[in-house]
Write a protein that binds this ligand. Structure first.
Ligand code: NCD
Length: 308
């Protein structure tokens, strides 16, 4: 039984096979509409979510399975003091697979230790978000045709942004990737990523504060929201929240074939005028998220992936 807690729980080969399966699903989704008949997905969301939870649920429904779960800790027994270990023991007898989002870093890993069913981390605090990354790389591979040899800019809250952490960890495993990390000084990537993922592996990267100076170098620009809920005080958030606003003036400095991704929700960091630009692919990205989660559920449940 496999759990997906960080992107490193999948080898590159496995990751590529997930992307390949997602491509096949995308080409003919109807052929997969019964492969999970009778299976259940539990979504245990202790933190707000729109896309991730609904995309997991849509994925399971598209495969013929069903879903159960809760969408806030207030509506679960967590308010009565139940811990994640006990909750997952119980859920293991209701469902075949579960996706868990939790404000505490490491909570999904604890759940996995007590679970009898595959556990997928749907975001743990400011740590990791592996299925968003699978979504991101499926989008990049579909639209740029490759994952190697790209200059990837990540912009915004690189300190608390778990999607950025998982994406850097993953893309660093592909050949000839160069990162440009664009953030205010206070929101730079955590040391554990800079040291173990980038420096020790000799991955080229630069850390800069101004987006407009380097946007012209990028093949992919990954914008992120300043993670208000992880700040210790509101003043710091207010000071930093509008550090970056991608608008058409900046887009005009970028390559004609650069693509702009964003895990969403967007707050202010991308002006709505950019939505019209064909390089803005963040709404398409959401659709890729459903296909990759369909592939992930099939792989983790080891259901027959022969098209029907
Ligand atoms: C992200 C998350 O929850 O980390 N959202 C998502 O899952 N699509 C990004 C964010 O909340 O900023």
């Amino acid at each position: 039984m496999k759990h997906i807690i960080t992107p490193l729980d999948l080898s590159i080969k496995e990751m590529d096979s997930y992307l390949d399966l997602a491509d096949r699903i995308m080409a003919a989704p109807k052929k997969f509409s019964h492969v999970c008949d009778g299976k259940k997905l539990a979504t245990l969301f202790y933190e707000p979510s729109t896309r991730t939870r609904l995309s997991f649920e849509a994925a399971m429904l598209n495969l013929g399975g069903s879903v159960l779960g809760f969408s806030s800790s207030e509506s679960s027994s967590a308010t009565k003091g139940e811990n994640v270990a006990d909750t997952i023991r119980v859920i293991s007898s209701f469902a075949d697979i579960c996706a868990i989002r939790h404000p505490k870093e490491g909570a999904p890993m604890v759940a996995a230790q007590y679970s009898k069913i595959p556990v997928v981390n749907a975001g743990d605090g400011g740590h990791q978000h592996p299925t968003q990354t699978l979504t991101d790389i499926l989008t990049i591979r579909a639209l740029k045709g490759r994952l190697q040899g790209l200059t990837v800019g990540l912009c915004g809250d690189l300190k608390f942004g778990r999607t950025a952490h998982s994406l850097i960890t993953t893309l660093a495993r592909y050949a000839n990737i160069r990162f440009v990390l664009i953030s205010p000084l206070e929101l730079k990537i955590p040391d554990y990523i800079r040291d173990t993922t980038l420096i020790q592996k000799n991955i080229p990267f630069q850390e800069v504060e101004r987006l407009e100076n380097i946007i012209g170098d990028l093949d992919v620009l990954y914008m992120t929201r300043v993670q208000r809920e992880r700040f210790f005080n509101e003043e710091d958030y207010v000071r930093l929240k509008d550090s970056y606003i991608l608008d058409m003036a900046k887009m005009n400095l970028a390559k004609k074939d650069m693509i702009v991704l964003h895990p969403l929700p967007r707050v202010n960091e991308i002006a709505t005028e950019v939505d019209q630009d064909p390089r803005a692919v963040y709404f398409e990205q959401v659709q890729y998220g459903v296909y990759i989660r369909m592939a992930l559920i099939m792989k983790l449940l080891e259901v027959d992936d022969i098209e029907r």
